[in-house]
Ligand binder design. Structure first.
Ligand SMILES: N[C@@H](CCC(=O)N[C@@H](CS)C(=O)NCC(=O)O)C(=O)O
Length: 241
């Protein structure tokens, strides 16, 4: 049985897993889990990932959740080029440092801006107070500045001269608020140059393929049906407002 990846490319961690598998020519079956149709709460998916989040992996009778764990599993199992997750202890630590930091910083702040600018008003019909939006943008800007000053510094990539899992996980998160129409690269030449290097290392075609859904989000997102609204509204308000 081929390795299965359960994904929705609206999701940043799904895009990192998708790009990594494709770029490294790891064969897999793409199993679509449509989040906005609440498919993560279905009985079948619950057997794959009881955490009810994507991405998830099934390799035979082995199931795995969490994008970072999945990326490392794929890197180790398929012995992908060393630069993705370097064996050298301090370089690997540099990658791990970024992967550890990003969950509660860039990921949180980029997701929040995406939801406040696009999903809440357009899909859920919720008006976002200006002070909430301003605070979210301030947090996101703080994270982007840290990416430039602490993580990229004067290097080509986060761990040095070559792309690693850290850069991959960073770019997919940075693209999330871009999906709401916000140009996060404006006035950030260092971040823009890094983005260009990451895109070149991934390959423009694969980068565009992975990001098509999110970059079309402004056109694709429509008001959510009443039957689904109750599943999302309370959760989203609690999380983002
Ligand atoms: N820490 C997890 C986060 C996974 C996650 O939050 N996935 C979101 C999409 S980006 C999800 O599946 N949400 C569905 C839900 O919460 O109902 C990872 O890195 O894989």
């Amino acid at each position: 049985m081929a390795l299965e990846l359960y994904l929705d490319l609206y999701s940043q961690p799904c895009r990192s897993v998708y790009i990594f598998a494709k770029q490294n020519k790891i064969p897999f079956d793409f199993k679509q889990v449509t989040l906005f149709d609440a498919q993560q709460y279905g009985e079948e998916f619950g057997k794959i990932n009881p955490l009810r989040k994507v991405p998830a992996l099934r390799d035979g009778d082995f199931c795995l959740a969490e994008s970072v764990a999945i990326l490392i599993y794929l890197a180790e199992k398929f012995q992908t080029p060393d630069y993705w997750y370097p064996a050298e202890v301090q370089q690997r630590a540099r990658v791990n440092e970024y992967l550890s930091w990003q969950h509660s910083a860039l990921r949180l702040h980029g997701s929040k801006v995406f939801w406040l600018r696009l999903m809440l008003p357009k899909a859920l019909g919720i008006e976002v107070p200006q002070e909430k939006m301003d605070a979210a943008l301030e947090d996101l800007n703080g994270s982007l500045t840290l990416i430039e000053e602490k993580f990229i510094q004067d290097k080509a990539f986060i761990a040095g001269d070559q792309i690693s899992l850290a850069d991959l996980v960073a770019i997919v998160e940075i693209m999330q608020p871009v999906g709401s129409g916000l140009d996060v690269f404006e006035g950030r030449p260092k971040l823009s140059a890094w983005r260009d290097r990451v895109q070149a290392a991934i390959g423009q075609e694969l980068f565009d393929d992975a990001h098509r859904t999110i970059l079309e989000a402004q056109d694709r997102v429509v008001p959510m049906e009443q039957s689904k609204l109750h599943m999302f509204k309370a959760k989203v308000i609690k999380f983002f407002m």
